[in-house]
Structure formats: structure tokens, C-alpha cells
Design a protein around this ligand. Sequence first.
Ligand SMILES: CC(C)(COP(=O)(O)OP(=O)(O)OC[C@H]1O[C@@H](n2cnc3c(N)ncnc32)[C@H](O)[C@@H]1OP(=O)(O)O)[C@@H](O)C(=O)NCCC(=O)NCCSC(=O)Cc1ccccc1
Length: 313
Amino acid sequence: MDIDQLKERAGPREFSPKDDLPEKYRKAATRMIQFHANSEIMGAYLERPFIREAPSLDRKLAFSAKVQDEIGHGQLLYRAAESLGIKTRDEMLDELANGEGKFLNCFHYPLESWVETPMIAFFVDGAAMRRQATLKQSSWEPYAHAMDKVCFEEGFHVKHGEAILYELMTGSKAEQEKTQEAFETWWPRIIQFFGPTDDKSTHHDFSADVGLKTMTNDELRNAFLNAYVPKAKKYGLEIPDEPRIRENGDGTYEVVEDDLNWDEFFTIAKNDYEGSHEQIGKRRRTQEAVEWVRNSMDDWEAKSAGASPQAAD
Ligand SMILES: CC(C)(COP(=O)(O)OP(=O)(O)OC[C@H]1O[C@@H](n2cnc3c(N)ncnc32)[C@H](O)[C@@H]1OP(=O)(O)O)[C@@H](O)C(=O)NCCC(=O)NCCSC(=O)Cc1ccccc1
């Protein structure tokens, strides 16, 4: 199939490994799904310390389950990317560890205190849900299929983050003030979650033409603002003055996109931000620390393949 035929056929869950697809499509889908898989893993690394630091047993259990879910999503997505035949899962994991793998802007910043946890577990997860719900209609079937499980679990994550936000915003005055401070720091990054403005999005048009993406970055950003500005207010958070958010008079919102720091965003998108090196370094060290496990498994597999059936038993 050539690109024009593919564009004509493109639709929800239309393509799978049994189709003979042009390399341009397979590369574009790999770039997008690899980015997604990397983001799941790097998000889990930020949240992992809170398994220990959470203030109660229930919260520790919930964080433990969430981190495991996110790592599971990453693995599922590497498989969905691998099925395009461009890169193996191991190659993608190596790229993440050596700084070539790209991932979500929000996960290049440190997450240092408990009051910050709902910024990821409620707002970033809520933003992720918005986008992922649309990706259930993606044209690469293994990706759309993975989204069924990811969205199901992500729904619980958002509720978990919302419960923490509620607890903090109905807690002591100090907790409320610190949560507001965390919100002011994270809010612009969360708005940038949806990627560059449509006029600066280099990949959107092709991805939309071949059915990988179904909504633009700005459409999703606005849909998120419409749902989450009221939610933030409901819990007593004040929307910061910058970036300016316009209320359109019909219950919808828009951000003044020029108020956002796009230079910082694009530095992050290239893994060149100071925090990027720190987060990637953590991932690399963990991958190196368990190299012996991978090597033992490879040895075992090689030995099993060489052994007679009786010997393998
Ligand atoms: C929307 C976009 C991410 C980007 O649109 P496209 O049309 O593909 O690109 P576009 O031309 O608009 O951009 C130009 C350049 O800018 C890059 N860039 C863009 N945005 C970002 C960004 N935010 N951060 C950093 N870089 C960004 C982009 O890669 C490109 O760079 P390149 O030229 O390749 O070097 C799309 O790929 C997509 O839908 N991906 C699938 C969903 C997905 O990945 N979700 C992940 C979150 S899952 C999660 O959080 C779950 C969780 C929650 C809590 C805890 C743990 C886990």
C-alpha cells in the first residue's frame, strides 16, 4: 500500500501487523508511541518515592499500585511500538537511558513534596486521559487496543489524585497554601502537556491524515481547560494570573498561549533542560543496576534454545 492509499483507508483501528504499510507511516507511529511509552516510565520514576513518603498505609498502597500500572503501560506501549517493525523494545529502552528517547515535558521537572503529588496524579493524569480517550480511535490497532486497558486504569489514577487534592485543600491552612503554591508552579507545565500550539506542531498534519491523531493539540488543550479550570476552582485553587486564561462567556476557556514559556518547552523537548539530565540519569542508573538480570535471562534463553527437549526439562 502506498501513502495515498493508506490515507484513503485510514480510520479507527484500521491497520495492524498483517497490513503491508509504508515505512513513513510505521516511523511516524513508532515516534509517537515510543514517546508515549517513555513518558509512562518516566512519570512512574517521579512518583515512585511517594510509595514510601505517602502519609498513610492506604496512600502507600495506592501509590504502589499506580506506579506498577504506569510501568505496565510503558511495557504494553513498547510492544505496540515494536509491532511496527522499526525498533525493538530493547532499542527503545536503550534510547531512553542514553538520552535519545523523548518524553513528556512535565516529567523533566523534579517532584519533591507530597503537596505536589496531585499536580501529576490529578492534573497530568486528567490531561493524559483526555488525550488517551481520543487515541482509542487511532489507526494503529495495537496502540488503540492498548489504550482500552490504559484508560481503564488511568480513570482510577485520576480519582486517586482528586482524593489527595480534596484532602489537602480541606486540610490545615498551611497545607492549602502549599498546595496553591505547587499549583502555581505546575499549572503552566500542565497546559503545555498538550504540545506546541497548532501553528508550531510539525507532526500533526501527517499524523492526522493517516489517522494516528484525531484532535489537534489546541483542541485538546481547550477541552482540558473547559473541564479542569472549574474542577481546580471547586477545590479552592486560584487560577494564577499568568498564563492568562480567557473565559469566553459560554463556560469555555482559552489560554493566552504567548504567555507560556515555549523556549523552555522546546529545550525540554530536546532533552536539553537541566532537569532532563537528572531524570534521564536516574533511569540510566536503574537500567544499569539490573543489567545482570537481563544478561542472565539472555544466557538462559540461549542455553535453552541449544539444549535437547529432555535436557531443557
Ligand atoms: C501530543 C503529542 C505528545 C505530540 O504531538 P505530535 O503531533 O506528535 O508532535 P508536535 O509536532 O505537536 O510536537 C513537536 C515536537 O514537540 C514534542 N512534544 C510535543 N508535546 C510534548 C510534550 N508535552 N512534552 C515534550 N515534548 C513534546 C514532540 O514530541 C515533537 O518533538 P520531535 O519533533 O519528535 O523531536 C503526540 O505525540 C501524542 O499524542 N502522543 C501520544 C500520547 C502521549 O505521548 N502521552 C504522554 C503522556 S502519558 C502520561 O502522562 C501518563 C502518566 C501520567 C502520570 C504519571 C505517569 C504517566
